[in-house]
Write a protein that binds this ligand. Structure first.
Ligand code: CMP
Length: 139
């Protein structure tokens, strides 16, 4: 059975452009409850740990440099079928391929500066959520 939690973070491009409020509004209007949220900045080393699975990929260095370049807003979200429904709401990784009306279609600038991250499985949602939040920070 699909789990009811996912993890997201609004990326530096979207926070810097002042789009975090509009994005959070879309998330809540789509029926997600915010379980935990904060505004923070990653060091390049911490960004590297978060994206460890992509370490061998050619885009790893640019991605971790970019993800540590400004503020981010990580969140844990709750809804039935959370992982799959959230990935539909944000659209394809490459904004050029993101469906109309999705968060990346509306706000992303490029494949790295793609506005928002969404976990790709229940297992990764739990790992990524606990990277940023202790269980005492979750409501
Ligand atoms: P995200 O969902 O945060 O997960 C990994 C990120 O790597 C992805 O979004 C993109 O921002 C970034 N990225 C850069 N190039 C690629 C690529 N070719 N394929 C997948 N992800 C990429």
């Amino acid at each position: 059975m699909a789990g009811n939690r996912t993890f997201t973070m609004i990326k530096p491009d979207a926070v810097g452009a002042g789009n975090s409020g509009a994005i959070i509004k879309m998330i809540e209007e789509a029926g997600f409850r915010i379980v935990a949220m904060k505004k923070t900045q990653l060091t390049k080393e911490r960004a590297g740990q978060f994206y460890e699975v992509h370490k061998a990929r050619p885009f790893y260095n640019d991605l971790t440099a970019y993800m540590s370049s400004g503020f981010i807003i990580p969140m844990i979200l709750e809804k039935d079928n959370a992982v799959e429904d959230f990935r539909k709401l944000i659209g394809a990784t490459d904004p050029a391929k993101a469906e109309k009306g999705t968060i990346r279609n509306l706000f992303a600038k490029s494949i790295d500066a793609n506005a928002i991250h969404g976990s790709d499985s229940d297992e990764n949602a739990a790992i990524e959520g606990s990277f940023f939040f202790s269980k005492f920070e979750q409501f």
